[in-house]
Design a binder for this molecule. Structure first.
Ligand code: B1M
Length: 210
């Protein structure tokens, strides 16, 4: 059986096939899928993030690491998501306009689904208008926005303002998250909540839905 440490190393190397083999091996060996995500896949991405910041890794390499992490997530997703199929409420989630980062958002979606929430994932680069369209179409209890760039955080505020203008703000709770987002920022833009990670985001939605 592979180890979580080997899996972390394969994410750092951006080796998609090796990540898939190791995740399959860990699943077959009975390792908890949540541990595979947190201690294997995310641990690898954390190292990648630090190296990228330090200028030791470049965008194409980071993209390969992101792909390998995504491939690993796809394999564990059904195991986590099928644990609890009760529908406890509906969430529309997306990464805001001009932001293409989707790993964290996908992880949040996955955890929410595993927590019994119905999740409508509207993808990346989602404009305020697209969020409004999705709220009208799906009538969710909660709207979740993810942003990874300081330059795209203002799109969260724009979306909340458009919800207000369209008379929809009191129909949904809004939660925000992503590495540069903070509780202070969430409060300043009028979001209902902020979550630093996927588990907290799930708990927050459940708390709102009751
Ligand atoms: Co980008 N990138 N990136 N990148 N990238 C960051 C974000 C950066 C911090 C790296 C750095 O310089 N240190 C930096 C932003 C700096 C800033 O704004 N201050 C940066 C930059 C600059 C860029 C580009 C501009 C680079 C360039 O082109 N020169 C470019 C922008 C593209 C765009 O979006 N328009 C870019 C591109 C990319 C890649 C395409 C190569 C790739 C993304 C691939 C993909 O997502 N499919 C990428 C990656 C992978 C990263 C880093 C290395 C890792 C992000 C990640 O996936 N983390 C990142 C560095 C870092 O964050 N340390 C970086 C793992 C993930 C599990 O964590 O997304 O934080 P995270 O999600 C967490 C929580 O934040 C939270 O829960 C998740 C699970 O715990 N969360 C929520 C997230 N969303 C939530 C929503 C919620 C609640 C919680 O409620 C709704």
């Amino acid at each position: 059986m592979s180890t979580l440490k080997n899996l972390t190393q394969s994410v750092i190397e951006g080796n998609v096939e090796q990540v898939k083999d190791q995740v399959r091996s860990l699943i077959a060996g009975g390792v908890n899928p949540v541990e595979i995500v947190n201690q294997g896949l995310i641990a690898g991405m954390n190292v990648v993030g630090a190296r990228f910041k330090a200028g030791d890794m470049y965008v194409p390499e980071v993209l390969m690491c992101a792909r390998s992490m995504g491939a690993g997530l796809e394999l564990v997703k059904p195991l986590i998501a099928e644990k609890d199929v009760q529908n406890k409420g509906k969430v529309v989630i997306g990464t805001v306009k001009a932001d293409l980062h989707d790993i964290g958002k996908n992880l949040v979606s996955m955890m929410m689904q595993s927590g019994g929430l119905e999740v409508i994932d509207i993808g990346i680069d989602v404009s305020p208008e697209k969020f409004i369209e999705a709220v009208r179409e799906h009538k969710p209890d909660v709207v979740g926005m993810s942003a990874l760039l300081t330059t795209t955080m203002p799109a969260m505020k724009d979306t909340i303002e458009l919800l207000e203008e369209e008379g929809l703000r009191d129909k949904v709770k809004v939660i925000v998250g992503g590495a540069p987002v903070s509780q202070e920022f969430a409060t300043s833009i009028g979001a209902d909540g902020y979550a630093p990670d996927a588990a907290t985001a799930t708990d927050l939605c459940k708390e709102y839905i009751g």
